[in-house]
Design a protein around this ligand. Structure first.
Ligand code: ZN
Length: 341
């Protein structure tokens, strides 16, 4: 740990099924889909009063949709703003459009083609054997049986919550810098790829606020899932925020971030430190993800080794992309051998 390590906030009391007023222009309705990856659940934001925009409708969940519809009773929903096409963010947009005659706004459809059914079957069985039999893709030793159920449900939570929304296509394509307005609010779209290449943040000018989606969260670092997640893009998207003046961020998961001018530089420094540690590993001849995790994550329980391995792999993919390192396979993989270029 260094002084620049991000400080995460795990205090987050939410009321499910009702709108919570967070500011004069911002309300939040939280879906009851808590997990290791969604924290307390998806926070859906309502911007404005009278004519309103909704940010990230969330998963298709009747109670959540009913709560959103009730929250805006008597108001006019003018836009459904989508930060990105993961399963805990965009799917309920189509359901809300049966209630509200308004367009969806997003950067674009899912960046990866929907797998064809024949190959998705093999992908599912691969994932099942990964979670069910507790084999580690990075070659870690199997966990004792007592630890398996928790790890298994974590894997299931990951699949459910970060499932891709293949069906979403925005009615209105928002490019970087585009402005959308209501009678009392003005939103600027910011393209912030990294977690996924179609990620947008939305800046609310009247309150110096940013709806940061999964790009910046106060309770956890952001996962950079392959193949579309890209750490180099993610770091550029963090740097994009550095000169901006928003004083509060509303992430889709977790409490509002009241010190973004401290947190964003700390998140950047955290990743840069990790990259330096990984390069140090390779200088010392430590050349597999498994060995790098065992050296760098001494404070972490074995149940989290695979998650740590996934994070290390996102750094190695970024270093490989820039030509800083070489690997034994065509593309960086979980069992590849890594060397400095
Ligand atoms: Zn996501």
């Amino acid at each position: 740990m260094t002084s620049s390590s991000p400080t995460f906030n795990l205090e987050h009391d939410v009321v499910y099924g009702a709108a919570e007023r967070l500011s004069p222009l911002v309300r939040r309705v939280t879906a009851k889909n808590p997990s290791r990856f969604t924290f307390m659940g998806t926070g859906t934001y309502i911007i404005g009063n009278g004519d309103v925009a909704i940010v990230d409708p969330g998963p298709v969940d009747d109670n959540h949709v009913d709560a959103l519809v009730a929250a805006v009773d008597g108001e006019t929903v003018t836009h459904l703003l989508i930060t990105h096409t993961h399963g805990d963010h965009s799917p309920a947009a189509s359901v809300l459009q049966t209630h509200f005659d308004c367009p969806t706004v997003g950067f674009g459809p899912h960046p990866i083609d929907r797998p064809d059914p024949a190959s998705s079957q093999s992908a599912v069985s691969e994932a099942d054997s990964h979670s069910g039999e507790r084999t580690s893709m990075f070659g870690f030793d199997p966990l004792p049986d007592d630890d398996a159920p928790k790890a298994e449900s974590d894997a299931d939570g990951y699949k459910a919550d970060h499932a891709n929304d293949w069906d979403f296509t925005p009615d209105v394509v928002a490019s970087h810098g585009e402005q959308i307005g209501g009678s009392s609010w003005t939103i600027e779209s910011l393209h912030t790829p990294g977690h996924i290449s179609n990620h947008l943040c939305f800046a609310l000018a009247e309150e110096q606020a940013l709806f940061s989606g999964d790009h910046v969260m106060g309770w956890s670092t952001t996962i950079i899932p392959p193949p579309d997640g890209n750490l180099n893009s993610y770091l550029d998207s963090l740097r994009l925020l550095l000169p901006r003046s928003e004083q509060i961020y509303y992430p889709t998961h977790g409490a509002p971030i009241t010190d973004p001018q401290v947190l964003v530089p700390a998140l950047l420094a955290h990743r840069e430190n990790r990259t330096a540690q990984i390069l140090d590993c390779m200088t010392d001849g430590i050349d597999t993800i498994k060995q790098m995790v065992l050296r760098m994550y001494t404070h972490v329980v074995p149940q989290l080794y695979d998650a740590a391995g996934a994070s290390v792999m996102s750094h190695l993919r970024a270093l490989h992309e820039t030509g800083a390192i070489a690997c034994s396979d065509t593309e960086p993989g979980p069992m590849s051998v890594y060397t400095l270029s």
